[in-house]
Design a protein around this ligand. Structure first.
Ligand code: GLV
Ligand code: MN
Ligand code: MN
Length: 411
């Protein structure tokens, strides 16, 4: 198997065809979870998998499993995959690369007529991005028992539609139970989404784990009042409080370098009228650090600073944590297989921690899991200009093929 190579042109052509679904004017993709565009992407994936001879199963939360049987089909599956949903201004590779690299592994095994001992599956996880419905990594989270199915189904988008309702509407609330599929090993190929590999001239990132993250909703309450008649000292301006909190959050992150990441990505001001002092402001916080103890300390600092700002301005603040993922190490058996595959192919590589969340992080809670990163142009992701090179995409897929077959034949 070590000498078999995937088909770079076929992988690239599939990536480009998938990127037509939800294509944006700036060359990216807008394919929010469980929209009609997500349905189209899922249907294209299923068609390709059936053409490759796979049996397709859809679970109740819309996770899709395409299976290529093994010599001993009772062995725990060696699984790979990622997601097809995107950010509102997403790119062509975040998620789709991992899914289509998995499909390319199956197509290559078919081409050479290679039968693995254990079965192989490619999975599409529902709602990885957490953009339309929070929390993120929902499909893999329910599968791994990190979230309840009912909890995930009941999450609503900004228009008030439930995630369960959206699943049913696109016809992807399947019959299979969520979870309970024994996994021998799980691999996920992904663009790095950061600048490290490119700047160091390394081709493969051997991902040893993912950093921890906490997501919050913050609600600042003041008092709606007339913009022209309320003297400055008498105001309870919720948006002013929120603005100071955004700046304070940034200061806290900068004060614990280099690994702290803190972001306010969404903010709503009410009633959002030019001549009304905002009586309410709501915003999100995304806080990340590789060390769980530091992440907990940052949590306490942020809460204390937000409370102090609210008191100073006569406002109330409520901060609710709506997602927490502890830092997760990947399985030595998987990272070793990725490293060995990169070595054997003569690809330069380095160990790396993932700053982004991935479905592999949830699967690592229940099975041996690992990830393969490839460089992305200028380290840019969650942006329509997100880009990667065909030869890099092929290299990551070759590593995926070798790591998967190694573990599928281990049994
Ligand atoms: C997933 O896209 C994340 O926010 O890390
Ligand atoms: Mn992703
Ligand atoms: Mn993403």
């Amino acid at each position: 198997m070590e000498n078999i190579r995937i088909d770079q042109e076929r992988l690239w052509a599939s990536l480009m065809e998938m990127a037509r679904i939800g294509a944006s004017a700036k060359g990216g993709v807008c394919r929010l979870a469980l929209t009609d565009l997500d349905r189209q992407a899922r249907e294209l994936f299923i068609r390709w998998c059936r053409e490759a001879g796979c049996a397709v199963t859809i679970d109740r939360f819309g996770n899709i499993f395409a299976r290529r049987p093994g010599r001993d089909d009772a062995l725990p599956v060696v699984m790979t995959g990622s997601h097809l949903d995107s950010q509102p201004t997403g790119g062509k590779f975040d998620g789709a690369y991992g899914v289509l690299a998995g499909l390319e592994v199956i197509r290559t095994l078919n081409d050479v007529g290679y039968e693995t001992a254990a079965p192989i599956e490619v999975v599409v996880w529902t709602n990885e991005e957490g953009s339309r419905f929070s929390p993120p990594m929902a499909g893999s989270g329910v599968f791994a028992g990190h979230f309840d199915l009912a909890y995930a189904e009941n999450q609503t988008d900004e228009a008030g539609e439930t995630q369960g309702g959206a699943l049913a509407k696109i016809g992807f609330a399947g019959d299979a139970p969520v979870g309970g599929r024994p996994i021998g090993a799980y691999f996920e190929a992904h663009i790095e989404q950061g600048p490290v590999l490119e700047s160091e001239g390394k081709l493969i990132g051997v991902v040893t784990g993912a950093q921890g993250q906490r997501w919050y909703r913050v609600c600042v309450t003041g008092f709606d009042a007339h913009a022209g008649t309320t003297p400055m000292p008498r105001r309870k301006d919720a948006l002013l409080g929120a603005a100071r909190m955004v700046a304070a959050l940034n200061e806290i992150a900068l004060a614990t370098p280099p690994d702290t990441c803190a972001t306010v990505g969404a903010l709503h001001s009410h009633p959002n009228s030019r001549n009304v002092i905002p009586g309410r402001a709501e915003f999100t916080v995304d806080l990340r650090h590789p060390d769980d103890a530091v992440l907990a300390r940052l949590d306490r600092e942020v809460r204390a600073r937000f409370t102090a700002i609210a008191e100073e301005l006569g406002l109330a603040v409520a901060m609710t944590q709506d997602y927490y993922a502890e830092p997760v190490p990947f399985a030595p058996a998987c990272t070793a297989a990725v490293r060995a595959a990169a070595e054997a192919a003569g690809y330069s590589h380095r160990d790396i921690i993932s700053g982004a969340g991935h479905d592999a992080v949830n699967i690592a809670r229940i099975a041996p899991a690992g990830m393969i990163f490839i460089p992305c142009t200028d380290g840019i992701s969650h942006n329509e200009v997100e880009d990667a090179r065909p030869d890099h995409a092929a290299a990551g897929c070759n590593v995926l093929l070798a790591a998967m077959t190694r573990l599928a034949d281990r049994a």
